[in-house]
Write a new protein. Structure first.
Length: 375
């Protein structure tokens, strides 16, 4: 590692560069936002309807419902398929806490299973053993831009009358055996948090499904249980996509396929640059997957030392996620203990997310690899 790199004087590499995306879409977005503001079109309206239609086509599903954020999208999806008090929902230990939060908000109890040691995605064998008489849904999480093996879960769910609800918050554009994440189960939730592959200019999310009845339920629940103003059929809540976010998302959606292709190129280069580095394990695409690399996550034996070296060199990193859901204080009531999910727990000690965004340059990646190799 060079003295210049140690001092952080050259090629500073951000963990994510949202400003580069904004510069690319600004000419499309700004006049459209001004138009919407001048028209007073803030909630719903033609911009939201157009985005919903375009995103549904992108995923290859019949319906898309824009909502306030990804956590709401998951809760709405769970409620739509009948998840509620007294029920259980199976989800992987290696996920963001919002997956479990949505289950609790829907009134059910999370049932956690470990993840596959190679993919770190939900272990489908353990799913089968976790299904019980109270299981109402299974939530495969498409983590880091890699699609979970939903096709191994759907037959099991069908035999038991259980819904499959995809958490596709990190997988916009990812595919498995030619089918898009967000269209593999009964219903799916996604997040358009700014750092996602398809990110808004604030919080936003969506539900996708091929079932028009489920789509109708989501629309009803997300609008105070009301399809007609002041006629409230059920108790719902307020979670709607606003027009400004729809405008931003439409502009970025037109570029998403290209941006995802750039991420795949960057992931390939990282794999080449870090191949064979002692103490570093790089991710691999699984057979049948076309991954979109929302995050490029390596496993390192001495994470603290590597992360410190990268920070000293002016390189941003992240840890996704330092504490598995079952070991957080919020979910201690579930009764799980350290050691219950050893694969996820080991990963939580080793995972380090390297800079990954569509506009990252090979020069930036080489600097990252140089520092990692020098550790």
């Amino acid at each position: 590692m060079t003295t210049e790199a140690q001092a952080g004087r050259i090629h500073r590499v951000p963990f994510v560069d949202l400003a580069a995306q904004q510069r690319e879409v600004s000419a499309d977005v700004v006049p459209e936002v001004v138009r919407a503001l001048d028209a007073g079109a803030f909630i719903g309206g033609p911009d939201v309807a157009a985005f919903e239609e375009e995103y549904a086509a992108f995923v290859g599903v019949r319906a898309c419902i824009g909502v306030g954020n990804g956590t709401d999208a998951l809760e709405l999806s769970l409620r739509a398929v009948g998840v509620g008090p007294g029920g259980e929902v199976i989800l992987p230990a290696n996920t963001f806490v919002a997956t479990a939060e949505a289950v609790v908000r829907a009134g059910a109890r999370p049932v956690i299973v470990d993840v596959d040691p190679e993919t770190l995605l939900i272990d489908t064998d353990k799913v089968g053993r976790a299904v019980g008489p109270r299981t109402q849904a299974i939530v495969p999480v498409h983590l880091f831009g890699q699609t979970a093996p939903v096709e191994a879960i759907v037959p099991l769910a069908a035999r038991r009358g259980i819904a499959v609800v995809e958490d596709a918050a990190q997988a916009q554009g990812a595919r498995r055996f030619g089918r898009s994440a967000g269209g593999l189960g009964h219903i799916a939730a996604t997040s358009f948090y700014p750092g996602k592959n398809l990110g808004a200019a604030g919080d936003a999310g969506a539900v996708t499904t091929n079932d028009p009845l489920l789509a109708d339920v989501v629309r009803l629940l997300s609008a105070h249980g009301s399809a007609v103003k002041y006629v409230h059929e059920v108790v719902g809540f307020n979670s709607r996509l606003d027009a400004v976010q729809a405008i931003v998302l439409r502009a970025k959606l037109r570029r998403l396929a290209e941006w995802n292709a750039r991420r795949r190129q960057a992931a390939k280069l990282y794999g080449e640059l870090l191949d064979g580095v002692p103490g570093v394990r790089t991710p691999r695409s699984q057979p049948g997957n076309e991954d979109v690399w929302h995050l490029y996550v390596v496993r390192v034996e001495d994470r603290a030392r590597v992360q410190t070296a990268l920070s000293t060199a002016g390189i941003g990193t992240g840890i996704h996620y330092p504490t598995p859901v079952h070991l957080t204080d919020a979910f201690a009531y579930l009764g799980y203990a350290r050691g219950d999910f050893p694969v996820a727990e080991a990963a939580a000690r080793e995972l380090l997310s390297l800079p990954m965004f569509p506009h990252i340059t090979p020069e930036q990646q080489r600097l990252v690899a140089e520092v990692v190799r020098g550790c």
